[in-house]
Design a protein around this ligand. Structure first.
Ligand SMILES: [Zn+2]
Ligand SMILES: [Zn+2]
Length: 136
């Protein structure tokens, strides 16, 4: 009689442990799944289309990178100074501004130097560096 009682208690505990364990695993898995896209949803590699080259945020329609373009003699490729996007320039809590070439942190007044190739249909921007690693 006594051993039957012990066995019953043990089975009860085992069920309880399995239940708590599965609940924990489920919870952790769910949290990880929810956290990951939120962290990387708008992060992108520098140079990807419609991405701010300074802070690597994906830009939505209407959000533009602030830049100045300087004309050259041949008119095919032009020098471009990229200051940044609304997120890393004018935001009250600015995003980290990093040069994609030398990985140096850029101040709000620094800019990236790039070449702008005008192609039919789509312009191509090639980032050469920043004011620290590139003298232009
Ligand atoms: Zn930016
Ligand atoms: Zn640089």
């Amino acid at each position: 009689m006594f051993t039957v009682f012990i066995a019953f208690i043990l089975i009860l505990f085992a069920i309880l442990f399995i239940y708590i364990g599965s609940q924990l695993v489920f919870k952790l898995g769910l949290e990880n799944r929810m956290r990951e896209p939120a962290k990387s949803a708008r992060e992108s590699k520098a140079g990807a289309p419609k991405t701010c080259p300074v802070c690597a945020i994906k830009l939505l329609k209407g959000e533009q990178v602030s830049s100045s373009v300087f004309p050259t003699m041949d008119g095919k490729e032009r020098i471009m100074h990229i200051k940044g996007c609304p997120y890393c320039l004018k935001n009250e809590m600015p995003r980290k501004r990093v040069c994609p070439v030398c990985l140096k942190t850029l101040s709000a007044k620094s800019y990236l130097v790039a070449k702008l190739y005008t192609r039919p249909g789509r312009d191509h921007v090639h980032v050469l560096g920043c004011v620290y690693c590139r003298k232009a």
